[in-house]
Design a protein. Structure first.
Lengths: 132, 251, 599
């Protein structure tokens, strides 16, 4: 090892070097927005337990312009979160075979995304039905 | 070569430990035709412009795994990356990322090999069989379970693609997990338990955060990202059963 | 310099070297094995072999059939007793590979599958898709990890053999990472360094196939046998020379000239069947197919491509499913390098140098004329390929004779001791000075790549598929000149850490010397046999004068001395190599003849 002098390159800013890594970091960051929205919902549950007046106060707060901007932003990050989640999901699952043929990763992703869209629409129509 | 007027600029990150304090870029103008690979470009540089540029290569057909390097920041095999995809711009060639640079485009490989040796990458047969009894039987369907993972050419591009490995060179990485799975998934093999230590240990599979770039760059469609992430479930089951049964998990 | 003491040293960690190491380790785990390779073992050129490994398997097959196919294929220049051993031990070795995990392709019932191959009467080629060499090499390398007695010297470059007291007692190697020399003492040395195809311009070989071990043995007085027999593989990629496996034809591919005509039927290989027929048409032996290309080119019936004349390898009728299952690597190569999808477009191919039939003279037990020195694999001439090798015999050769070499070397190593370490160290110092001196001469003017390119072009011109005296003479003269100019090399790299230019310079020395052995052997063989074909008055096979092996002896600075050795004939008297309909007729007549004799 006397004359060899292996050079170790820095990992600083690694996530900026490749668009794939930047998208990965964005994916990870969306978790923070998911957490933020979970807090909002948690507050709503707490307000519900504190009675009708408290709950209505929470609902009013949700209707403010700031809240609407927040919710649109969170919706956008949720869409990216779901999209990237289902894109990476196939690699976390065991190899699946149907009728002797390997189930392709793309199939799993598309199925997941389709199920998400269906679930969202279902929730949307149910809530609209209840509130009208 | 006299009538070829088309030139392309190749920037090479040089590093000669006996004279360079740190890597430095050197640019070469290489005459090219549209079927030339990056490897052929480097060979031209070494043959006619600068014999001191050092790089590994052999088969020229993406099966020996020698010529992995970064081309414009992406891990590639130089023998099947073509200059025409970068022309008329220039291209930057560097040693494979996340490995220490020994010299120019050559990185330290011995740690990769040592780690490979540690995962017991050989068949540990479930049953004994004499040569006279002939081959173990294995149906084409059973063979399909592991063949994809057996295609690994040890080119290390997946390690160059993994920032977790870049930040912790003790991390087992997806490439070795693919080879580990090649054996675990082989119907003739019974060594799964012996290999779980590599999976469960401190720098085992849990260092992976499912970035997935390794499978994108793999030149042989091994899908190492899948291999390593499958083992997170197996590792968990192993851990939980280990809590309940003192002897460890049973397949 | 550092000194390491081993019992057995193996130079080269490809299929043969690894198999030998495993054999030594299994024979006696106490023996210390030094396994030296100038590249990491998984880069060895075995990795690029595609088609398969032949072994008699089917009930309707027999050792006699495999023996006959091999001896006929070799144009009767084979050592028949060695071929008998070879065919008898092939099956057990491919089964041993399977037990070590080699993922052979299977039939539905779980048994290993076999495919048809050129020059083989019955299907007997075991295969792992179209990456058999890759899977065999990785299986052997990964299995070798189990044995603690195998110490690997990865990226160590051998520059000389140590010969003392008339025995080979070690090697001198450069640790590539540091430029430092290590002396590895051993009581037996096995050379498994591969072929020398890189002496030619267009070849299927990797950059490392430079005849290193051949040159090392040659320089120490061991003859190189049958060097003139260089195999041209008929289906290679234009420009790069990369291999499209014979299995393409085994699975039913056609070879078409510019008129879309299956031209092989014009060369004694017909009649053309729509599906593959063993030993006929596209499943004829490689030398015949390459020769047919040469004739088609002369008749103007080849297709002119950007890299010269080509013919078409048509796989379209195989269908996408079969292509992707049996020939996935071929599809990948065609797609990535040529932008062609073989499902829809024929692949342009031409013959390129692929295999070195000749090599270090080795007896049936892989021993050379130098006690303590063994050789195995493509670098050796153990006697099974003769004047032309049949496809899929070479991968089997690695494992059958790899085992023999390991066992023999182990036996020998246990019977001797290192005789004079001090004298050997002195030799090592002298060898070190020579290796360093290749590049550090004052006043050098010659550029490495220029010499290498001139050599390769000259070999292509003089030692092509068909040879002419005047061309071979010109090549002899060119090589003499190049060997002189080699003494005045000027390289750019004077460092020690990973100085690959220095190593390429030493390799060029090996290449030039092996090239001379090839062309002088060719010049002196005044007949045509197998892959050595002449058009200068010696078009016919001449058993009376040339049913002999060529033996090239090192002439130092001078030209090689060519002598001749006998061929061991046991069961198969020299006959005509007949393929296609002529072959079937000949076999029927032979059977009748035998039947009459036994009746």
């Amino acid at each position: 090892m006397s004359i060899q002098r292996p050079y170790v390159r820095s990992m600083d800013g690694w996530w900026k070097r490749n668009a794939y890594f930047t998208r990965y970091m964005a994916r990870e960051v969306t978790a923070l927005f998911v957490a933020a929205y979970a807090v909002v919902l948690l507050v709503g549950v707490i307000r519900l337990s504190q009675g009708e007046a408290a709950f209505n106060g929470w609902l009013q707060a949700l209707k403010t312009p700031l809240s609407l901007v927040f919710h649109l932003l969170v919706l956008a990050t949720f869409v990216y979160h779901s999209w990237s989640w289902f894109n990476i999901m196939p690699i976390t699952m065991p190899m699946m075979f149907i009728g002797g043929k390997r189930v392709q990763p793309g199939t799993i992703t598309r199925t997941g995304l389709a199920a998400t869209v269906v679930a969202c629409l279902a929730v949307f129509f149910i809530v609209r039905g209840i509130s009208s | 070569m006299a009538d070829i007027k088309t030139l392309i600029e190749i920037e090479v990150l040089r590093y000669r430990p006996e004279q360079d304090k740190e890597p430095v870029v050197q640019t070469y103008k290489v005459p090219f035709t549209d079927d030339m690979s990056v490897l052929q470009g480097l060979q031209y540089i070494k043959d006619y412009l600068d014999g001191t540029v050092s790089f590994r290569w052999s088969c020229r057909m993406a099966i020996c795994g020698s010529c992995g390097m970064m081309v414009d920041g992406k891990p590639k095999l130089a023998c099947k990356t073509f200059l025409r995809d970068y022309y008329p711009g220039n291209l930057r060639v560097e040693a494979l990322a996340h490995f220490p640079v020994e010299r120019d485009l050559m990185v330290t490989v011995k740690d990769y090999v040592k780690r490979l040796e540690g995962i017991k990458p050989y068949l540990i047969p479930k049953e004994t069989r004499t040569i006279e009894e002939g081959e173990y039987l294995q149906t084409p369907q059973q063979r399909d379970r592991f063949m994809q993972f057996s295609a690994c050419i040890n080119c290390m591009l997946c390690y160059a693609a993994c920032p977790q490995y870049g930040m912790n060179s003790k991390f087992i990485g997806s490439g070795h997990m693919a080879i580990l799975n090649r054996y675990n998934a082989d119907s003739r093999d019974g060594g799964r338990d012996e290999r779980m230590e590599s999976v469960n240990e401190e720098d085992g599979v849990w260092g992976c955060t499912a970035i997935g770039y390794c499978s994108v760059v793999c030149p042989k469609q091994v899908d190492p990202a899948h291999a390593i992430n499958m083992y997170k479930a197996k590792s968990t089951i192993d851990y939980l059963t280990g809590l309940v049964t003192p002897g460890g998990a049973d397949e | 310099m550092e000194v390491f003491k081993a019992d057995v040293t193996i130079v080269g960690a490809g299929g043969a070297g690894l198999r030998a190491a495993l054999a030594v380790a299994e024979t006696d785990p106490e023996l210390k094995i030094a396994l030296i390779s100038k590249v990491y073992p998984m880069r060895s050129h075995t990795v690029a072999a595609e088609g398969g490994a032949a072994a008699v398997t089917r009930a309707d097959d027999s050792l006699d059939f495999h023996f006959d196919d091999t001896v006929h294929g070799g144009d009767w220049l084979c050592e028949q007793d060695v071929v008998e051993y070879f065919v008898a031990h092939a099956h057990e070795e491919v089964v041993q590979m399977e037990h070590w995990g080699c993922p052979w392709s299977r039939k539905e019932d779980g048994h290993a599958n076999v495919r048809a191959f050129g020059g083989m009467k019955i299907e007997r080629t075991w295969f792992a898709a179209d990456k058999t060499g890759f899977h065999m090499l990785h299986t052997l390398f990964q299995t070798s990890i189990k044995y603690p007695s195998i110490k690997r010297f990865d990226e160590y470059f051998c520059t000389d053999l140590m010969v003392e007291d008339g025995r080979c007692q070690g090697v001198l190697a450069i640790q590539i990472a540091t430029g430092e020399f290590t002396l590895i003492l051993a009581k037996a040395v096995i050379i498994a360094t591969g072929g020398a195809g890189r002496v030619f311009r267009e070849n299927t070989n990797g950059g490392i196939v430079t005849g290193d071990g051949m040159a090392l043995a040659y320089r120490h007085g061991v003859p190189l046998r049958d060097m003139e027999f260089m195999q041209y593989h008929p289906t290679c990629m234009p420009g790069t020379g990369l291999l499209f496996t014979e299995a393409c034809r085994g699975e039913g591919g056609f070879m078409l000239n510019k008129d879309g005509y299956r031209y092989l039927q014009d060369y004694g290989l017909g009649p053309p069947d729509p599906s593959p027929r063993n030993k006929a048409m596209e499943l004829g032996p490689r030398d015949r197919l390459s020769q047919a290309f040469w004739h088609e080119k002369k008749k103007g019936r080849t297709i002119e491509g950007p890299h010269g004349a080509v013919v078409n390898l048509d796989l379209r009728h195989l269908g996408a499913a079969k292509l992707h299952e049996r020939l996935p690597l071929i599809c990948e190569l065609a797609e990535e390098f040529l932008g062609i999808d073989p499902v829809h477009t024929p692949i342009p191919v031409l013959p390129a140098v692929h295999y070195t039939m000749g090599g270090i003279l080795a007896d049936g037990k892989t021993a050379s004329s130098l006690p303590g020195l063994y050789s195995v694999g493509e670098c050796s001439s153990v006697g099974i390929h003769g004047a032309n090798r049949l496809g899929s015999n070479s991968l089997t050769e690695l494992i059958v004779f790899g085992k023999v070499a390991g066992i023999e070397a182990a036996k020998y190593a246990k019977s001797v001791a290192i005789s004079n370490p001090a004298a050997i160290e002195k030799q090592a110092e002298a060898a070190q000075a020579r290796a360093v001196g290749v590049v550090n001469k004052p006043g050098g003017t010659e550029r490495l790549a220029v010499l290498r390119t001139e050599m390769a072009k000259s070999m292509e011109d003089g030692c092509g598929i068909y040879r002419l005296q005047a061309d071979m003479q010109a090549t002899c003269d060119t090589l003499r000149e190049l060997r002189e100019r080699y003494k005045h090399l000027k390289i750019d790299d004077h460092s020690k850490v990973y100085n690959t230019e220095w190593l390429l310079s030493i390799e060029l020395g090996y290449l030039l010397e092996v090239a001379e052995a090839i062309v002088y052997s060719a010049f002196n063989r005044k007949e045509s046999r197998g892959s050595h074909q002449r058009l200068d008055g010696y078009e016919k096979r001449d058993d009376a004068n040339y049913l002999k092996h060529s033996l090239a002896y090192y002439g130092g600075d001078g030209v090689p001395r060519i002598e001749y050795g006998d061929v061991k004939i046991t069961k198969s008297k020299p006959g005509t190599r007949a393929y296609g309909a002529a072959g079937e007729k000949a076999e029927a007549e032979e059977r009748e003849h035998e039947g009459a004799g036994n009746g």
